[in-house]
Design a protein around this ligand. Structure first.
Ligand SMILES: [Zn+2]
Length: 249
């Protein structure tokens, strides 16, 4: 029972340790998510700047065209040629207006992306700050768990050394087969682990038995123990019942 108590605590520590990689991944995912948001805002801003340059260039080119057509206007001889140039000028001016609209749109977008960059940057800093705290908390939890694991491993070796080898082998086999729980307390004439009823004659034998024989649950094969709490039970805080009722398997 003392061994089972140690094993139960060992299992709890191992379960805690198994959670650490997931917790670390969650922290890092939050940080990289915030970084990705900032990167996206910066990329959008960069694209806006590029577009803005393109539209500025468009405006300049169309203005050049207008100047060129206006220069030509002074040299034309016919009314038709004059009209044709006039038409070209109007087209170029329409293009200028369009490019200027786009330019304005990109400038508004640029302001929006500036705000997004600032907000994302602020958020990233906050997330990083929280992550630093969580990482250091996790680190101390880790070292605490490792310390506990080392202590319990030592304790298990000490407890196991007091148990006859064949009995220990038997216990270990059942433990590994059944989720680290090799013992089951008899309660209301039922196996405390799987709940199956224990046959009356087995109950009788268990009650009578004072030796170190072992009884097993016929269904889950765990080692049954049965009895009143005794002074010896102080060893097992987790399961304060004693007297292994016995019957060899
Ligand atoms: Zn059982």
């Amino acid at each position: 029972m003392e061994l089972q108590s140690v094993d139960t605590r060992l299992q709890a520590v191992r379960a805690r340790m198994a959670e650490f990689p997931k917790k670390t991944a969650e922290i890092e995912a939050r940080v990289s998510g915030a970084k990705a948001e900032l990167d996206a805002a910066k990329a959008a801003q960069l694209a806006t700047v590029k577009d803005r340059k393109k539209y500025e260039l468009d405006v300049e080119q169309h203005k050049d065209r207008v100047r060129k057509y206006k220069d030509q206007t002074s040299q034309v001889k016919t009314n038709e040629a004059y009209k044709a140039l006039q038409h070209e000028v109007e087209m170029a001016e329409a293009e200028i207006a369009k490019a200027e609209d786009r330019l304005l749109e990109q400038m508004v977008n640029g302001e929006e992306y500036d705000r997004r960059i600032k907000a994302s940057d602020k958020l990233l800093k906050e997330v990083e700050e929280v992550a630093r705290g969580l990482r250091s908390k996790l680190d101390s939890e880790k070292s605490e768990a490792e310390k506990e694991l080392a202590q319990l491993t030592e304790e298990r070796a000490r407890v196991a050394a007091e148990i006859p080898e064949n009995m220990l082998d038997h216990y270990d086999r059942i433990m590994h087969k059944h989720d680290n729980i090799a013992l089951a307390e008899v309660r209301d004439e039922k196996c405390g682990a799987c709940g199956m009823r224990i046959r009356p004659h087995v109950m009788q034998e268990m009650r009578r038995s004072t030796s170190e024989e072992m009884f097993h649950c016929e269904t889950c094969t765990r080692i049954l123990y049965y009895g009143e709490p005794t002074a010896a039970a102080s060893i097992a805080a987790a399961a304060p019942k004693s007297n292994i009722a016995g019957h060899d398997s």
